[in-house]
Write a protein that binds this ligand. Structure first.
Ligand code: BES
Ligand code: MN
Ligand code: ZN
Length: 494
């Protein structure tokens, strides 16, 4: 999306396919320095009739054939005191359908009547809301998309930082949509090999290092928990190790993402209802990969290492059995009493490897780990757990702003005791239907050593999110890309 931030008075409208988007509050009349008098009168009349109310996400479009811009979209923001980045993001998401219906390609966001309007959040709502996945459709989606956005700010304000902030939003949403594309791609197409080839190409394009370890290398590193999961599939596992380095970096941070390209549950098989959605079980890996791509393009002064174990969890002739005991990279032995708790197994090795090889100052993992995330918080927030308050709180703050909301759950020892093994050091499951997101995180903790660590469980937020205007419940959300990218950027220079 092309962005132009201009002071009011400096705008020049394109005819055709162009629309003035005028945000307005419930409790304040719409104000614009740009709107022609006759259009302002139409607006006032519509408000008087109660057609335009300014209620959150209300959209009203009217054509303005005699004006410089061909139409006006009045966009409700709700109450003035309730204006947040998220309310603007959602309003923009609601506007997508109307803009598309009216064949708008160039939107002029008229915030000449606002001070400090969060225009980057508007950019995000538009870009996320317009995303489609039609690679496999015979007739590709012929929907019109807004490809240019002019932001009209008050004549007295400055434009430079807002321009930069909007451009950053464009970059991060493009990365988010890239991660969504991988998430939506079915598992027959996006095999572990295909995902690692994608990562290698991305690394070449964006200029970071990427090595893909194959099954033999994974085995010689002693990653037997990871291999135990992979052995049920004819698709060989891959360990993708990515590194971004900056000469002025003062520290190294690490990201780890769960990359199960399909989760049948293994021998502890899932039921058929909704199993097709387990193609989304690599969304953690996709988030980490696209975070690396965004970071490498932005070039902050921090070193980043990203590790994603990638494999399928299937039921092949050589699949691991419930009760099998495996020895992880760090020597900890694990009793695999449920083969469907596979995410923690592949992450155990990936976390222990990352900590051991790269000694990062901080470590964040992201994974579609537990159905319990949905039980605990539904689709409107992701559980975050961790051993370091600073890292957890940074993530929570960033997520509040980006709309990737996080809610902290505890990691008390009482929970850890529930996964002590009977015959091995650890068991990969706790008691059924009890605090499974917490128990999953307690398990992971055992593989992070003393590294400050946080874990984000995106099982409920990576896809299937209803009732948020900029999301489509059928599609992946790319949850974590903007969160982790902004977190990495915040570590630069520290
Ligand atoms: N990939 C699933 C978690 C999941 C479930 C993600 C539903 C999205 C929607 C994970 O591998 C899994 O199967 N977890 C089990 C763990 C249990 C056996 C301890 C779960 O949450 O049921
Ligand atoms: Mn599973
Ligand atoms: Zn899984």
């Amino acid at each position: 999306m092309h962005i132009d931030v201009v002071k009011s008075g400096n705008e020049s409208f394109e005819r055709g396919g162009a629309c003035l988007v005028l945000p307005c509050h419930e409790d304040a009349p719409a104000a614009s320095a740009v709107l022609a008098q006759r259009d302002a009168r139409v607006l006032a009349a519509l408000a008087k009739q109660g057609v335009i109310t300014g209620k959150a996400s209300q959209c009203h479009y009217f054509a303005t054939p005699k004006s410089a811009c061909s139409g006006v979209l009045v966009l409700g923001l709700g109450k003035k005191t309730r204006l947040t980045q998220e309310s603007v993001r959602r309003a923009a998401g609601s506007a997508c359908a109307v803009l598309q219906h009216n064949r708008i390609e160039h939107a002029y966001l008229d915030v000449s009547g606002f001070r400090g309007f969060p225009a980057p959040a508007f950019v995000e709502g538009l870009m996320l809301g317009q995303y489609t996945f039609d690679e496999f459709k015979k007739r590709a989606n012929a929907k019109t998309k807004v490809t240019a956005l002019t932001v009209i700010v008050p004549a007295r304000s400055t434009t430079r930082t807002l321009q930069q902030d909007c451009e950053l939003a464009v970059m991060l949403c493009a990365a988010t949509n890239g991660a969504r594309h991988l998430g939506n791609t079915p598992a027959n197409e996006l095999t572990p090999a295909a995902l690692s080839e994608f990562a290698q190409r991305a690394a070449e394009d964006e200029g970071f290092e990427c090595s893909v370890l194959d099954k033999t290398q994974i085995a010689s590193l002693g990653m037997n928990a990871f291999l135990g999961v992979a052995r049920g599939s004819s698709q060989p596992p891959k360990l993708i190790v990515m590194q971004y380095r900056h000469p002025k970096a003062k520290k190294t941070v690490a990201l780890v993402g769960k990359g199960i390209t399909f989760d049948t549950g293994g021998i502890s098989i899932k039921d058929a209802d909704g199993m097709h959605k387990m193609k989304f079980d690599m969304c953690g890996a996709a988030a980490v990969l696209f975070t690396m791509m965004a970071v490498a393009a932005i070039k902050p002064a921090v070193n980043v290492v990203a590790v994603t174990p990638v494999c399928e969890n299937k039921t092949g002739a050589d699949a691991q059995r419930p009760g099998d005991i495996v020895r992880a990279y760090n020597g900890v032995t694990i009793e695999v009493n449920n083969t469907d708790a596979e995410g923690r197994l592949i992450l155990a090795d990936a976390l222990a490897f990352t900590v051991d090889k790269f000694k990062p100052h901080a470590l964040v993992d992201i994974a579609t780990l537990t159905g319990g995330a949905t039980v605990a918080l539904g689709h409107f927030a992701a559980p975050v757990l961790g051993t370091n308050d600073a890292v957890v709180n940074e993530l929570i703050q960033i997520g509040t702003d980006s709309g990737e909301r996080l809610w902290r759950l505890p990691l008390w020892d009482d929970y850890s005791k529930l996964i002590e093994g009977t015959f091995a050091d650890l068991c990969n499951i706790g008691p059924a239907r009890q605090a499974s997101s917490i128990i999953g995180a307690c398990f992971l903790k055992r593989f992070t050593g003393r590294t400050p660590w946080a874990h984000v469980d995106i099982a409920a937020t990576a896809y299937g999110v209803k009732n948020i205007p900029y999301w489509n419940p059928d599609l992946a959300t790319g949850f974590g890309v903007r969160l982790l990218s902004r977190w990495v950027l915040a570590q630069a220079g520290k």
